[in-house]
Design a protein around this ligand. Sequence first.
Ligand code: 3PG
Length: 217
Amino acid sequence: MAVKQTLSGKLTALQVMQDAAVIPVIVLHDVRHAVPMARALVAGGIRMLEVTLRTPQALACLEAIAREVPEAVAGAGTVRSAADAQACAMAGARFAVSPGYTHALGQACRDAGLPLLPGVATGSEIMAAQEDGLTELKFFPAMQAGGPAMLKAWSGPFGDVKFCPTGGVTPGNAAEFLSLSNVVCVGGSWLTPADALANGDWARITALALEASRLVR
Ligand code: 3PG
């Protein structure tokens, strides 16, 4: 596998999306899992990691990855408020992903220096994000909100927007999403199954990452 150049400094949302075909959506319940999991994903060619703020350990996990796995790029997911944006930036997150969009969240991420991939599911939400200068968006929840057909419909009126569909994306349907002209990458939780994390099965996570990083875009 080609060695990727280290990504230092501030990233753009497009850089976050372009790095690999899949952004893993990660739920960590144990801070001891964070570093070996991040190394396992990097070994499989996936280094943009979305650690969701869904557990009390999430910020400590972000901190651990940021400190101990410099070849990974740790970002925060499930960022819903200005306080979340500030907290994850303090923990070392380099990007933020949210399940929806508000102007206040956009402002907080700008203030914190975090590129934001905000979740959208309707035309009005896309327009609100665009009004604030955001053109790289997460389509969430992708399968439930219309799947590939919805993205095709948006490619006309929103031809200047690029998407990362997330929610219900699987190894079985990822290729269909990735073949669309307005999709840069997809997001999904299948790279870090809860049982693999609990059992410390890092080889399985590397294998899943390898498979994902080979998806054609
Ligand atoms: C989430 O928010 O949990 C993500 O959208 C991941 O969804 P998935 O588990 O369907 O991949």
